[in-house]
Unconditional design. Structure first.
Length: 442
């Protein structure tokens, strides 16, 4: 059997398995009788977390007023952006409409939130509406602070050798335009990540691995250099995973530059400037050349969150994440407020996989609060990263707050091995599970 036929056979097998999983989840699991309430629940954000929670609440509550605020008409399947930026999927693969996923019984106000007053328990919209709430769930996603990088703007993406896959489907597609030129012509590839917390910290590594793999098959070894520059002192927050990535980088000739924070870009000269800190704590600046540069900017909570009084006062001060208990995701000072995923001020959990585990916890505690009781579910920091290392290979890395590996398929899928099945779970099965999650069924 040829390699192409073998891959096709395996793809068909996993596709059938994914279809079976999706079919098995088309009905809601048996639930308790609906809870009667007149509570008004406002959810800021119709992304994965806000939509999944709204879908679950509609099934659990009778008589509740559930309002979702989001000014974006399109829903982005963000786990697919790394595939688009490597030329493996079209931009359309990640796009759907926000209204495709919201269930009946939910009121969508197609405006972003403009102000939150947690004392008065109100939310103002950009259009001037003021909503009172009994419970508030903050899930607006985060802000990509491109302005923090001097000389950079999204207009540059796809030109002058610059990519930025995080910015959305169109930018991910334009990123591939720049990256593909590098894979065909060679030169110096420079890949970055920010000093702030970020969504899916594995994405910069995935892009680096994929572009190196593609370049090795096109322009060929010896015709390109790969450099990965990071502000941190390790390549990943989980030490055992960081060591595995370090070993893979070494095997593939990808140079690591620690203590490097991207501060400026000169597109005309194709130079990037980094603020540096060495192992002894000595600071400085260094300029690095590139033929292809991948930019991931600092990431922060939206202004509506940072100006609300809901953020931590003594942690992540420059980033503004919401001050919640890391086990319940409930606000520590305003118990009727919860936060999810990107804006939640917890040590881990800014991935789509985290949505699946955080949303039931918020649901449990919110329903218990309506009933006058206490919830019992807790979030342990579960985060999953299908860490792509080659086209057709990935490591399924799953871990918790304590950096423990928590594999979902122990004895079947080794978390630190580059496997075709982990790749196909990312490429095929993950989207079906994601879609079921939006419906409240996974």
């Amino acid at each position: 059997m040829t390699l192409d036929r073998l891959v096709a056979s395996r793809r068909a097998f996993l596709g059938a398995a994914a279809a079976g999983m999706a079919a098995a989840s088309t009905g809601f699991p048996a639930r308790a009788q609906k809870l009667q309430t007149k509570a008004h629940i406002v959810i800021i954000g119709a992304g994965a977390a806000g939509t999944a929670l709204a879908s679950r609440l509609v099934e659990r509550l009778e008589g509740a007023q559930i309002t979702v605020l989001d000014g974006r008409a399109e829903h982005f399947y963000q786990p697919g952006l790394s595939l688009v930026a490597a030329g493996l999927k079209p931009a359309s693969y990640t796009l759907s409409r926000t209204t495709d996923w919201l269930p009946r019984g939910v009121t969508l106000i197609a405006e972003p939130a403009a102000a939150i007053d947690p004392v008065a328990k109100t939310v103002a919209t950009a259009g001037g509406q003021v909503l009172s709430y009994d419970f508030l769930v903050v899930a607006p996603g985060l802000v990509l602070d491109h302005d923090a990088i001097e000389g950079f703007s999204l207009d540059l993406v796809g030109k002058n050798g610059i990519g930025a896959l995080y910015a959305g489907p169109d930018y991910a597609s334009q990123t591939w335009e720049a990256a593909s030129k590098f894979t065909e012509e060679g030169g110096i590839g420079l890949f970055t990540r920010p000093a702030t917390e970020m969504k899916c910290a594995g994405a910069p590594l995935k892009h680096t691995f994929l572009i190196e793999d593609i370049a090795s098959r096109t322009v060929g070894k010896g015709k390109y250099e790969m450099h990965y520059a990071v502000p941190q002192t390790a390549l990943f927050s989980v030490p055992i995973v960081a060591e595995k990535v370090r070993m893979l980088f070494g095997e593939r000739g990808i140079a690591s530059h620690y203590g490097h924070t991207l501060k400026a870009v000169d597109p005309g000269r194709r130079r990037a400037t980094f603020a540096t800190t060495d192992a002894a704590g000595v600071t400085g600046t260094v300029e690095m050349p590139y033929d292809y540069l991948h930019v991931i900017p600092p990431q922060r909570a939206p202004d509506v969150v940072r100006q609300s009084g809901l953020s931590w006062a003594d942690k992540w001060i420059d980033q503004g994440w919401v001050e919640v208990d890391q086990k319940t995701l409930r606000h520590r000072r305003f118990p009727e407020v919860f936060a999810l995923v990107d804006v939640a001020g917890v040590p881990k959990g800014k991935t789509a996989a985290s949505v699946k585990w955080q949303v039931p916890v918020v649901e449990d505690h919110l329903l218990a609060a309506i009933s006058g009781g206490e919830g019992t579910l807790t979030y342990d920091g579960y985060t999953s990263c299908p860490l792509i290392t080659r086209v057709g290979r990935a490591m399924l890395v799953e871990f918790d707050y304590n950096n423990n590996l928590v594999p979902s398929f122990p004895g079947v899928i080794a978390p630190l091995e580059e496997l075709w099945i982990s790749w196909l779970m990312k490429e095929v099965a993950l989207k079906a599970t994601y879609n079921a999650m939006l419906r409240g069924r996974a």
